[in-house]
Structures are given as structure tokens and as C-alpha cells.
Design a protein around this ligand. Structure first.
Ligand SMILES: Nc1ncnc2c1ncn2[C@@H]1O[C@H](COP(=O)(O)OP(=O)(O)OP(=O)(O)O)[C@@H](O)[C@H]1O
Ligand SMILES: [Mg+2]
Length: 319
């Protein structure tokens, strides 16, 4: 297994603290951004990596996937807006899962857009640095930080791309996903003017139901076309499993948590014999989906480690 030691608190400042910030981006909606963020962060946290997720979505599906919607701590984005307004460090909700903290999104994020519009008028594009500034002191103790980006939201996505070191871009293999990817590439190019370290860690095929080489080759071609010949692609594909995804969002459970519950549920014939129709049975596909996220997590850590070794050679180890 690959492990990453926590980043030291050394003096390299903001860039150092933000070195493990991953923006999950695609302008196209419904391509798996939130599912990937929730499950990757959840599995990495379960494997003892400290993870932080920042939710930049007004609809906040992350709250559904992690099961904290309307909990006492779910401020629907108010804390995030306040941090940006006052330019003070983000304050995450701790231990949404052991080792997994979250800065919630939600309806209150609507206030961010007018705030950013007026800041842009005052400060020009330097205004986009604010998320990096409020995230850097908070990000310090985490092994990995994910920013769940919204679809079709330029200002919020620009904030994320100015704070992140890496982009991970889920896509489906259809035309819509590929158009979304081109739009990301355009914003990526602009964001790099302020954040030259930003790089594409890879694209991920999401819920495709196929591992065919042709689909992979087509995706690689599309990423290369969008990103000027650069086309990193995760080998792991998240399999199509719609019922399992519905179970997950309805119950606020991650795929690896459902996997355990599926294993514990009585055999279908036992429920049938007992005449139990009260609780719908969980889809048995959860185990396969959980395995995909596990593989993707290992691939992601391996890529981060390799990138860090090649650029700095600092403070990283494999076991
Ligand atoms: N493995 C899967 N197979 C099929 N469908 C899935 C799978 N995982 C998640 N889904 C479903 O895909 C839909 C979109 O997923 P998700 O919300 O993660 O996408 P998104 O890119 O974050 O969307 P948005 O841009 O609207 O925020 C959801 O309805 C979810 O239940
Ligand atoms: Mg989403």
C-alpha cells in the first residue's frame, strides 16, 4: 500500500500548505464530482489519512452523500461565506467521519457570487486568491484536501482553481462530458496565470459500464485536445451502479459503508420467508463500487507521491 506522510508545517508557506489540494471539476453536471469527493475522502479517512472537503455547491449533495444534511453543524455554507468576507481561516466541521472534516456548502453560498463580483471590481483578478488565503492555514494538518466544485459556476470554480494544486476531472464518455471538459480546460488556462502550479492530475471515467480500450482511447484523445496534448487518465474506472448510488445518497452512506451493510443484511429468501417488505434491500453492487473507489484512491495517492517526489523529493514515503 502507498502511504503519504502528513506534510510538515515548514516555512514554504501557502504553496506548501495547498500542495495537496485537489479540485474536483467538470462544468458538466452529474458526471460524478460529488460522488468521487465523498467516496475518495471517506475511504482515505478510513485508511487513516486526514482529509478535508470543501463544498462549493449550493445544492450540497455532499451533505446527502455523507449524511449530515440539516444536522446542527450543517450551516449551509454560512461559515465559508463569512471566512471569505472577513478573509479569515476556514473552520471545518470536524469528524463527519473519523479523520474526515468538512466545510459545508449549501444555500448560503448564493451570497458569495455578489461578494466576489464586487471584490473583482475593486481588486481585479487578484480577488480570486481569497479561497487560497483562507484555506492555507486550515489545510496545513491534512494529508489531502478536496474541493467539490459546482457545475457551470464560473466564479466559484475560479476560486477553487486558484487555490488548488491539482485538478481531477470526472467525466462520462458522452459528448456532454467532453464539452464540459473543454470548458474546464479554458478556465484552467486562465487560472494558471495566477496559480502557475495548478496541474491536471487526471481524468476519471465515471459510471460508464465499460472498460473498453476504445472508450479509454477516445477519452484520452478528448483530454489531449482540451489540455494541449497533455492527457493523464486514471486507469481505474468507476463502474455504473445506479441502484447502489441511489441507496448511498438516500441513506447518507458511502460505498464502502454500504458494502458492510450489504454483507450484514439477511439473505433475500430469509426476508421473504419472514414476510419483511418494510426495508428495501440494498443493492449488492456496493462492494464492486467500493472496490473501484479504493483502487482510485490508491492510484491517486501514488500519483501524488510520484509528483511530489519528482518536484521536491520531500517528506514522502512508500510502504
Ligand atoms: N456508480 C454510479 N453509477 C451510476 N450512477 C451513479 C454512480 N455514482 C453516482 N451516481 C449518480 O450519478 C448522479 C450524479 O452524481 P454526482 O452528484 O456525484 O455528480 P456531480 O458531477 O457532482 O453533479 P453536479 O454537477 O450536479 O454537482 C447522482 O444521481 C448519483 O446518484
Ligand atoms: Mg456535485
Amino acid at each position: 500500500m502507498v502511504t503519504l506522510r502528513a506534510v510538515d508545517g515548514g516555512g514554504a508557506g501557502r504553496a506548501h500548505a495547498l500542495g495537496r489540494v485537489i479540485a474536483m471539476v467538470n462544468d458538466k453536471g452529474g458526471v460524478g464530482k460529488t460522488s468521487l469527493v465523498a467516496n475518495l475522502a471517506g475511504q482515505l479517512a478510513a485508511a487513516d489519512y486526514r482529509c478535508l472537503v470543501v463544498d462549493l455547491n449550493r445544492q450540497a449533495n455532499l451533505a446527502d452523500d455523507l449524511g449530515y444534511r440539516d444536522d446542527e453543524d450543517d450551516d449551509q455554507g454560512a461559515g465559508l461565506v463569512l471566512s471569505i468576507l472577513t478573509e479569515s481561516p476556514l473552520t471545518p466541521v470536524e469528524d463527519v467521519r473519523p479523520g474526515l472534516d468538512v466545510v459545508p456548502g449549501g444555500a448560503r453560498l448564493a451570497d458569495l457570487v455578489p461578494l466576489m463580483v464586487s471584490r473583482l471590481q475593486e481588486r481585479g483578478r487578484a480577488a480570486f486568491d481569497v479561497l487560497a488565503e483562507v484555506l492555507a492555514p486550515t489545510a496545513e494538518p491534512y494529508d489531502v484536501v478536496f474541493v467539490d466544485c459546482p457545475p457551470e459556476s464560473t466564479i466559484l470554480t475560479d476560486l477553487a482553481l486558484t487555490a488548488a494544486r491539482w485538478i481531477v476531472m470526472p467525466t462520462k464518455s458522452d459528448v456532454g462530458g467532453l464539452v464540459g471538459m473543454r470548458l474546464v480546460a479554458e478556465r484552467f488556462a486562465v487560472a494558471r496565470e495566477r496559480n502557475p502550479d495548478l496541474a491536471l492530475l487526471g481524468a476519471v471515467l465515471f459510471a460508464t459500464g465499460t472498460r473498453s480500450r476504445r472508450v479509454h482511447a477516445e477519452l484520452r484523445g478528448a483530454v489531449a485536445a482540451a489540455f494541449g496534448g497533455h492527457s493523464p487518465l486514471f486507469a481505474t474506472v468507476i463502474r455504473h451502479a445506479e441502484r447502489s448510488a441511489q441507496d448511498a445518497r438516500r441513506l447518507g452512506r458511502l460505498a464502502h459503508e454500504l458494502e458492510l451493510e450489504v454483507a450484514a443484511q439477511p439473505a433475500w429468501w430469509a426476508s421473504l420467508r419472514a414476510g419483511s417488505t418494510a426495508t428495501p434491500r440494498l443493492s449488492t453492487a456496493a462492494a464492486g463500487v467500493a472496490a473501484d473507489y479504493r483502487d482510485l484512491g490508491v492510484e491517486l495517492l501514488t500519483l501524488l507521491r510520484a509528483a511530489e517526489e519528482s518536484t521536491t523529493g520531500r517528506d514522502v514515503e512508500a510502504m
